[in-house]
Ligand binder design. Structure first.
Ligand SMILES: Cc1cc2nc3c(=O)[nH]c(=O)nc-3n(C[C@H](O)[C@H](O)[C@H](O)COP(=O)(O)OP(=O)(O)OC[C@H]3O[C@@H](n4cnc5c(N)ncnc54)[C@H](O)[C@@H]3O)c2cc1C
Length: 450
């Protein structure tokens, strides 16, 4: 693929002009990131948005199509990866849940309306894996910072070590000697989605067979997954590498790949025979969760609608009536490199869908740049007394909001957390198996009100 300079185009009418670099740029030498040319538009090269239409209607249709499978069928078939046109054994809801075009609480409620908790136990647990990872990282935000600085170091090495750069580019392009790996790399780049088992195999091969830094693999995922999420992605890669659960790694085996792809792949003698755990910085102690905000309904209020939570009904239904809404998308902040167009376009179009759906309830809608300065300027122009927004967990949206909260002259910012998160996150103190014991109690909790 060629390298061309091109500003990013977002459907939310933002023009993001950050100059970044693509893994596919084939860029040689020691130029700085700012000097390396841009790839052409990605959206036109993928069918991700045809497969995952960025609307709530599409999310609901997908949920209702999947619901009959969410019981024992899911438990039996969820580990099988039948290729890009055969993901019927799983819900493929993750891009929608990631943007909260549909919420975890809605998915769980619909599941329980159709199945009893026992027969849908496996699916319910998987939905709670996401909640668990988010809570775990929220209490240890330094782990995201550690990942970002290690990634920067790995990208510096890519710039200066041509052998590493060639191996990294071959892996990202799906041009290694390993067929299944190449197929998954291409599926990811072209569709924005990968089956969970393929993600595990892919990460394991990346780390233990190709011996590439795990942070580069996690970054490749974040740049292309429609559901790319700081918590689920970083912590899953750490888990495969043996850093998250110290000493416990995930080894991709030929027999397992062959069984769960029903013979599509059998990479004999090509995979690492062992997976020695990598080392990482010590795990920080869990912090208390930040306080959630309680805005006053009587004040002149502005709402920030961001791409971590595109279901603002729970705020509006609590009596908040914004006079103005600022819509921002922050996915390009997931990586120092260029995030694929289908990822930013999905978020922008999903945000637009939400703005259209809620229409008059949002007041005057604006599309400022996703920076604290632009949001403070918007708030002052609208003469706001307070700003309200859905709580954003660790990641680029949370960074913008944190910066806004300390910006001189900006009105107070209230980050309202969903009861689903508030009830579950404090239990993410140890491993998932301890957390899982709380699920029956959580299913009876206040989240049902959302
Ligand atoms: C290396 C690696 C990287 C990953 N990166 C991400 C990521 O960036 N974003 C992301 O959402 N998930 C990530 N996952 C978790 C999981 O692979 C995806 O959530 C799942 O494949 C999404 O497909 P689905 O919607 O069809 O899942 P289903 O099996 O239908 O599950 C329903 C929902 O439960 C949640 N879920 C299911 N499995 C997991 C899991 N293991 N961890 C966390 N949540 C889960 C998702 O929200 C999903 O939509 C990663 C897993 C691995 C091994």
């Amino acid at each position: 693929m060629s390298c061309l300079v091109k500003p990013r185009r977002d459907h939310t009418r933002q023009v993001v002009t950050r100059v970044l670099v693509s893994a596919f740029g084939g860029c040689k030498g020691t130029r700085t990131l700012e000097e390396i040319p841009q790839p052409p538009s990605w959206a036109s090269m993928t069918d991700a948005l045809t497969r995952f239409h960025p609307t709530r209607t599409a999310a609901l249709e997908r949920l209702h199509r999947f619901l009959p499978q969410a019981g024992r069928n899911y438990a039996a078939r969820r580990n099988y990866d039948m290729g890009r046109d055969g993901h019927e054994g799983v819900s493929t809801l993750s891009p929608y849940i990631r943007a909260r075009l549909i919420t975890e609480a809605e998915v769980l409620q619909a599941t329980l309306a159709r199945h009893n908790a026992k027969s849908a136990e496996k699916f319910i647990q998987e939905v709670y894996w996401r909640t668990y990872w988010k809570g775990w990282l929220e209490m240890r935000p330094a782990v995201w910072g550690q990942y970002k600085s290690a990634l920067k170091g790995a990208l510096d090495n890519v710039q200066t070590q041509s052998g590493l750069r060639d191996r990294w580019e071959a892996a990202c392009k799906g041009e290694t000697d390993i067929d299944c790996f190449n197929t998954w790399a291409q599926e990811l780049v072209e569709t924005g989605y990968l089956h969970n088992h393929a993600r595990m195999w892919f990460a394991s091969i990346w780390i233990f067979t190709l011996r590439l830094p795990w942070e580069l693999g996690a970054d490749f995922f974040l740049r292309h997954l429609l559901d790319g999420d700081p918590a689920s992605n970083t912590l899953s890669w750490r888990w495969v590498a043996g850093i998250q659960t110290p000493g416990k790694t995930y080894l991709a085996r030929t027999s397992n790949i062959s069984k769960y792809t029903e013979g599509r792949f059998a990479p004999k003698w090509q995979l690492a025979a062992e997976a020695p755990a990598l080392s990482g910085p010590p795990k920080p102690d869990a912090m208390l969760l930040p306080e959630a905000g309680l805005p006053r309904p009587t004040q002149r209020t502005g709402l920030i609608l961001h791409d971590d939570d595109l279901s603002p009904g729970f705020i509006l239904d609590a009596g908040i009536a914004p006079v103005a809404t600022a819509v921002i998308t922050t996915r390009s902040g997931l990586s120092p490199l260029t995030v694929a167009g289908h990822v930013t376009d999905f978020a922008s179009a999903a945000a637009q869908d939400t703005a259209d759906r809620f229409g008059a309830r949002l007041g005057t809608i604006s599309y400022p740049a996703p920076t604290a300065e632009a949001l403070a300027h918007w708030a002052n122009a609208k003469e706001l007394d307070q700003i309200v927004t859905a709580y954003a967990a660790v990641g680029p949206a949370a960074d913008v909001l944190a910066h806004l909260a300390t910006t001189d002259g900006a009105p107070p910012l209230y980050r309202v957390r969903r009861s689903h998160d508030s009830a579950a996150w404090p239990h993410a103190t140890h491993g998932f198996f301890r957390f899982k014991d709380k699920i029956p109690q959580l299913l009876e909790g206040p989240w049902a009100a959302e």
